[in-house]
Design a protein around this ligand. Structure first.
Ligand code: GUN
Length: 292
């Protein structure tokens, strides 16, 4: 079993990005600037955005966290997005999801200037991704591709089973794993809450990518020997022995599944840190594209 060490690889990527930023600085160029908008005070969202801002500091990016009340109206948020679209100082920005119920997420994602959409959630960018055109790839799927690439995992002709069809992970992942090229060229089954015989389908997978959010869903007896297992789950489970009062648990029963798998991501320290590194990478790309 080889551990797909997202913590290590994400640190390598951050070092590479920092080297680029240092070069920009030495040439007197403006460094990349990422803004993150967070509406409301959901604990998990605040933690994620906090990590994104800290990661910016680590690589020498400028960053701005925009905090808005949970009662923010759709109009107010759209107005803020317009401001960020027009602000020449900002190279890329994200709207942290989920948004409160009074706000239409689709409308909000459509309002982001595609050239600043470093999450890759705008339909223009999502469409380009599906058509193999160069664009911003959503950070979590992008991070998984990068892990597969850096560990030289063979994906050609393999059967990839994706669990979960979210717009952020499962859907884009299924598109990317089926595209021509590497990592990719695999035969993809996208499974979800209405899938029949899901256990049987998973048992036929060479590569399993679980983005379900159900702790310990994937058990050793469900996966084939030597499967590649990618765990995207990050569920908070109460744990009084931890200073924060909770721990993060993945979708995979790591202890037992790892004994059967060829490659596997741990939680924490697998996909999570990769997501942040790839958001930085997209922001660097956004800066470079704005410079022309
Ligand atoms: N919520 C959960 N994952 C993400 C992400 O990658 N980007 C944003 N903006 N919100 C999220």
């Amino acid at each position: 079993m080889i551990l797909l060490d997202g913590k290590k690889v994400s640190n390598d990527i951050k070092d590479e990005i920092k080297a680029e930023v240092d070069k920009m600085k030495s040439q007197g160029e403006k460094v990349p600037h990422l803004a993150a908008v967070i509406v409301g005070d959901d604990g998990a969202s605040l933690t994620y955005v906090g990590s994104k801002v800290r990661a910016c500091e680590r690589v020498g990016f400028e960053s701005t966290m925009v905090r808005m009340k949970h009662t923010t109206s759709e109009i107010e948020l759209l107005h803020k997005i317009k401001e960020l679209n027009e602000d020449d100082n900002i190279d890329g920005f994200i709207i942290q999801l989920p948004l409160p119920p009074q706000i239409n997420t689709q409308k909000v994602l459509m309002a982001v200037d595609p050239s600043k959409d470093v999450d890759g959630f705008h339909p223009e960018n999502f469409g380009k991704m599906a058509l193999d055109m160069s664009t911003f790839i959503p950070a979590t799927p992008f991070g998984i591709l990068e892990l597969l690439e850096r560990y030289d995992v063979d994906t050609k002709g393999k059967h990839t089973v994706v669990i979960g069809r979210s717009h952020i992970v499962g859907r884009p992942m299924s598109i990317l794993m089926s595209r021509k090229g590497w990592p990719g060229n695999s035969t993809v089954t996208l499974t979800h809450s209405n899938t029949k015989n899901i256990t049987q389908i998973i048992s036929q997978a060479d590569i399993v990518i679980s983005a379900l959010g159900v702790p310990n869903f994937l058990k050793a007896e469900m996966v084939r020997d030597d499967a590649v297992v990618i765990d995207v789950g990050i569920t908070r489970v109460d744990d009084d022995s931890k200073p924060r009062g909770y721990r993060i648990v993945g979708d995979v029963d790591f202890e037992n599944v790892s004994k059967k798998s060829s490659f596997i991501t741990p939680v924490p320290g697998g996909v999570g840190p990769m997501t942040i590194a790839m958001l930085l990478k997209n922001t660097l790309l956004a800066r470079e594209q704005r410079m022309g």
